[in-house]
Design a protein around this ligand. Structure first.
Ligand code: HEM
Length: 505
């Protein structure tokens, strides 16, 4: 592969990349995630050395079962990874999702989301094992994987079973529609400030460590001195050929258990809509930015590189949020901006904006924050749902049904090469922050914890700019989503996994 950036890039070796990085295993509706503590490090290393981990290389059809493995910083330490190697991983991974109060605050993990209340995540699980199979084949697969050797090596501290309902999240909306298209061939330009317009293409190094990223560089990751035992088994680093690349073909995996109050969501909306069904559905659609069937509020499709039907649009023609509210979940999570603010046209305006002399606020009084170029903040989502389904109609029944009070939600999973710049930025600056693109007093309508900020600013509003007159504003939104657990993991490439399994302590 030839890179378009400054740094040389390694060829993409799918046989060394775990399958989940490339595919969501959408053909395998059964899935179960196991959170493990290491019982016996030596037995754990033996198991990891031989584990039949599924790779991203397929022959002609997708695998009928898949096993993926990821490790936390605590897990790597327990396995005996040398301290100076471990220290080269990214700081949030080392500190852990729940490891610092300031991080919890930034992620919105306060109040009911406080890690002290989580079901798991403190202490951090050592290993995450992910099993995928056809629903009727999952039990057999589990039995096969959890053999005597496995049980000697690990204790299962929590099993996260998923529901088999793919393509709909628990509130009832179509999910899994928008994903970045990974430019595995490296043909799309990554020069800074060159992408005037949003594109759905993403450099592979935004997902896979050791490959070229959107800055035309290779994201820092642990590189190993050739004198370290086992280093010769690792691939060479493309930007430092003397050293072995422990990060290459690996990715960070963010896992958060997000419980959804489906009854609370639909009943709040019903109240706000004074019981008028069309109005209720319109409010729900405004909160997501797409209808329950997945249709986006921006109807006009554009020719977007890497785009596909139902996902080829930007908000450039809707700066004031008349079609899609500025604070809608999908608009916050991916504002679809290019390298300069939308609404700027003409060479001189472009040049001034690009050089940083002109602000979007020039055009939009009161909107003093630029929404950062989205290509540096994309996430590849691989989440699955848990709990029994509850339709909006059932959720609206006052008594609820027998399933009404069961726990349900999403195991939110995203993969990225840089936790701070990608997951934490999106979660903090776009989802949890009450200061997003000129809005105040509100956070993400689906995900906000509704707690006032440290400075006392409210976050429980939601404004719908609409087409005519004064924007409509909902207030006093309850929290619809509660964080119940979470952790950061590293999902290594296959050779890196075998290197880790060859450590000693
Ligand atoms: C219970 C929690 C959540 C629910 C119910 C939810 C729901 C949805 C829905 C219905 C969509 C539109 C369908 C699609 O494009 O796939 C979507 C898109 C998206 N969500 Fe979420 N989401 C949740 C949590 C999160 C979190 C925690 C993040 C990131 C930190 C996130 C980031 C995104 C992104 C990046 C998109 C695609 C936006 C786009 O490219 O247009 N979501 N979500």
């Amino acid at each position: 592969m030839t890179g378009t950036g400054e740094q040389p890039m390694a060829a993409v070796d799918f046989a060394d990349i775990q399958g989940l990085v490339r595919f969501g295993h959408g053909n395998l509706a059964g899935a179960e995630f196991l959170l493990l503590a290491i019982r016996d490090p030596s037995a754990a290393r033996q198991w990891l050395a031989a584990a039949p981990v599924t790779t991203a290389e397929w022959q002609d059809r997708p695998p009928a079962r898949a096993l993926q493995v990821a490790l936390s910083a605590e897990g790597l330490e327990e396995l005996g990874l040398e301290a100076d190697i471990l220290a080269q991983f990214e700081q949030p991974f080392l500190a852990g999702m729940a490891g610092e109060e300031s991080r919890s605050r930034r992620l919105g993990d306060t109040g009911p989301n406080d890690p002290h209340r989580w079901l798991w995540g403190r202490p951090v699980p050592h290993v995450l094992v992910m099993l995928y199979a056809a629903p009727d084949g999952l039990a057999d697969f589990r039995e096969e994987i959890l053999d005597d050797k496995f049980n000697q090596a690990f204790e299962v501290i929590r099993t996260l079973p998923t529901s088999t309902r793919l393509g709909r999240e628990p509130f009832g909306f179509a999910d899994g529609i928008s994903q970045p298209k990974i430019d595995w061939e490296g043909t799309f330009p990554t020069e800074l400030h060159s992408r005037l317009h949003y594109a759905n293409m993403l450099a592979p190094g935004e997902l896979v460590l050791g490959l070229g990223n959107e800055y035309g560089e290779v994201t820092p990751r642990p590189l190993i001195d050739p004198a370290v035992p086992g280093a010769s088994e690792l691939p060479r680093a493309a930007d430092d050929t003397g050293r072995g690349d422990l990060g290459l073909n690996g990715t960070y995996l963010v896992l958060r258990q997000l419980e959804q109050d489906v009854r609370g969501f639909w009943q709040y909306l019903d109240g706000a809509a004074a019981g008028v069904p069309e109005r209720r559905d319109a409010l729900a659609t405004a909160m997501v930015g797409r209808g329950v069937d997945g249709r986006p509020l921006i109807a006009e499709e554009q020719d977007i590189p890497g785009g596909r039907r139902g996902n080829s649009f930007t908000y450039d023609g809707d700066i004031d949020g008349h079609s899609c509210p500025i604070g809608a979940h999908i608009r916050r999570a991916n504002p679809r901006t290019g390298d300069h603010p939308p609404g700027v046209s003409g060479f001189w305006s472009w040049l001034l904006s690009t050089l940083g002399f002109r602000r979007r606020a020039d055009k939009l009084p009161g909107r003093h924050d630029l929404v950062a170029s989205t290509r540096f903040h994309r996430l590849v989502r691989r989440g699955r749902e848990f709990g029994p389904a509850l339709t909006p109609e059932e959720a609206l029944q006052p008594a609820g049904g027998p399933e009404a009070d069961k726990e349900r939600g999403i195991y939110f999973i995203c993969l990225c090469a840089n936790i701070v710049r990608q997951f934490e930025f999106v979660q903090n600056a776009w989802i949890a922050s009450p200061n997003f693109d000129g809005l105040t007093g509100e956070a993400d309508p689906l995900l906000g914890n509704r707690e006032p900020t440290g400075a006392g600013e409210a976050t429980d509003g939601f404004s719908i700019q609409g087409t005519v007159g004064v924007p409509e504003r909902l207030g006093g939104l309850p929290a619809f989503v509660t964080v119940r657990g979470g952790a950061y993991f590293f999902m290594p490439g296959i050779r890196a996994l075998r290197f880790i399994a060859s450590r000693q302590n």
